[in-house]
Every structure is written in C-alpha cells, then in structure tokens.
Design a protein around this ligand. Sequence first.
Ligand code: BJ8
Length: 424
Amino acid sequence: MGDYRKMWQDLGLDMESHDQLLEVLPPTYHDVYLTQENRPQVMEYFDFVVNEIHGLRIEELQQHKSAGGKVIGTFCVFVPEEIIRAAGGICIGLCSGIEIGAGEAEKVLPRNICPLIKSFMGFKLAKVCPYFESSDMVVGETTCDGKKKAFEILNDYVPVHVMETPHMKKDQDRKLWEEEVKDFARHIEGFTGNSISAVSLAQSVRESNDKRRALKRLSELRKRDPVVISGKDCLLIEQIAMYDDVARFTSKVNELCDELEKRLESGVGIFPAGTPRVIVTGTPMAIPNWKVPHIIESSGAVMVAEEMCTGMRYFENEVSEQGTDIDSIINNVAERYLGTNCAVFTPNTGRMERLTELVKEYRADGVIHCALSFCNPYAVEANRVEQVLRQQGIPLLKIETGYDQEDAGQLKTRVEAFVEMIKE
Ligand code: BJ8
C-alpha cells in the first residue's frame, strides 16, 4: 500500500489506533487467504482491493467529495443503493466486522450487545475507519432493537437518517415501505442537492442489477463438484461488493467467472471432488470477519453458498426494469428490497423455504447456522431453521460467536465433528 498518512490525518483518524488496526489485518489476511492453494488468478484483483482497503478506494472517495459529491454509509442490505447513486452519491457499506474501539463503544452502549453494533460504534468513537470518516451521512434502519437505538446515539457524531423497515410483509407493510423508500429518495435529493430522475434511477437500477447478475453467475458456478472457488474467496467478494466501485467490481467478477468456466472445462477444482459441502446461514459476516468460514474450510469441508446478507440475500433478487416513470421505478426498488429474508420479519418463512431449496440446488450435505452473540432475531429464529431442516433430514450445526478468537479452538472441534458426521 502507498503512503496515505496525510490523507488519514486530514480525515481526522486517530493515527495510533489506526496503525494498530493496520498491523492486525495483513497477517490475518495472509493466514486466511493467501495460504490457499491454486486460487483463480483474478483473485489478485480482490487481494489488491483488500491491500488498498484504506488507501486507493478512500482516495477515490475524497476525489468524489472534492468534486462536490457525497459519500453515504450504510449498515444494512435494506438500504437501496440505487437511490443514493441516482442522486450522484457513493454508497458504502460500513463494515463493522472486527472488535475495535470496544472500550470507547462501551462508554455509550451496554457491554452485552451484538458485536456488529459495538463494532460500528467503536469504529466511530475511536476514529479508526476512513470510510466512516469519509461518510457525510449514515443511513440506519429500524431492523433490530439494538441497531435502532444505537443510531440515536450515533447521530451525536455523524448525521444519521433512519429508515423505518417493516417487520411483516402484509399489504399495509408494503405500503409503508414504499412510502419510506419515497421519503428516503426525497431526503437523499435534499442532502445531495441533486434531483433523482427516472433516467438516473433506471440507470442506477441497471448497474446494481448487473452487479447482482455477476454475483449470481459466480454463485451458479459453485454448484459444480469439484468446486472451482473456495467459499472464503466468495465471501470476500461479497464483502467487497459493499464498497467497491460498482462498474469495476462487476467487470472483475465477470472476468473471474470467465476464468472459472475455463477451469470447469478442464475439470480443475480448488477442493477434491466429494469434499463435504455446507451452506452457511445466519447473521452477516462483515469484513474482516472470516473466523467461521476459515474454520469450516480448514476442517475438511467447503462452503458452497451463504444464505445471509453478505451472500445470496445481497444479490439474489433483482429490481424489475419494467417501469419508465419515477414512481413505478421507486416502487420496483421497494418491492425488491422487501424480498429480503431477514430474521427481523415475523413470520420469516421465506428464509426457511429458500434455505431448503438451496440445500438441493447446491447439493449441500449440511447447514451451519451462525449467529453473532446477543443477536436475538437470529438466535431465536434458529429454532425455526432447526425444525424445518430436521423435518427434511438435513444435518444442522448451530453456532453463536463473536469477533474474538477465544472460542476458535472449541468451534473448530465442533465443526470437525460435524464434518465427520456429514461425511458418513
Ligand atoms: S437485512 S440481517 S443486514 S438487519 S446481528 S445488528 S440483526 S443484533 S445485521 Fe442485518 Fe439488515 Fe437484517 Fe441483513 Fe441486529 Fe442481529 Fe446485530 Fe444484526
């Protein structure tokens, strides 16, 4: 990575804490990613993006801001990125996948709270994230209680706009959500000073759909045996999707798929044929949370799909490209996002149905349900997942964990036992 110290200082980062963060990431990345054998060549691009995670992309954001553009940070796949880009903004998924600034966060939050929430508060209060410090505004949502209340506190440090997300999918919820998306569009127009036209929104919808289609194409390639790409690499790509330039990212994912298709023709796999295949479901795994995937893929199994927001929920559904007037395009956007099977919905039967379909489509031998500690929606919904999978005779392992490495040994023992069981 080049020398970006001046840029970080200008952003107001706490340089000492930031240096500590930068010392942790490269060895972890090396151990988890760069030790994999026979990786596709195009993964070099994604390695480069991670290497430059606080460098080049931040520089791009600063250039955008210098030209009068806005950067808008988000924490949930419910926030329609199309609308932000249609108003000339850049949408950045703020990561929150590492335990950092916990001491600072615990000054304003309870100790026992989901690590994702503690992480984003810690990032902001400890001033270690250049994405956060580049964000002119953050968009929150009323998905879970912890986030909803934490956004009130976050608003003391950065302007926060909160979208009210429904918790059911009845007709009145759809209407509420459509209105909420329209209100969001108005808010973004006011904030950026740019109006959203049918043309700009349609263009933005097409770009996001192209990105989704590229990720879907990659996902389809994972159905084969032997698998052509590791689940860890796919998770990384899904994490990078949240903050990279949309057109560049899409073209790199398609380039990767071209390479993988050639590998398929010549029968080259990344794991031997017959390696036990698992689907991971649960809370999102924000960058650099690779703990459980790394354990899975170093315990004799391969992840073939992620039924989570850093996974299929991010790219499975497209926005309909049928409408031509602004109202119908916004309604199409709202409709697409309401298809997200987040555990904050009740009931959330769509998730169970999709999960069992995925097990068949991806010929999975088992499912690993992974919830972040203190995440009530997913921890409680694990019961419904278990019930449905048991009825269908699909093996399940349930894990609850945080961002620290203290339980890594114990988790590895449990995952290894599960892999042995599904092998039989
Ligand atoms: S659409 S999964 S990205 S809300 S892990 S903060 S739920 S206590 S992240 Fe999520 Fe949107 Fe749903 Fe997806 Fe709360 Fe649970 Fe923490 Fe969570």
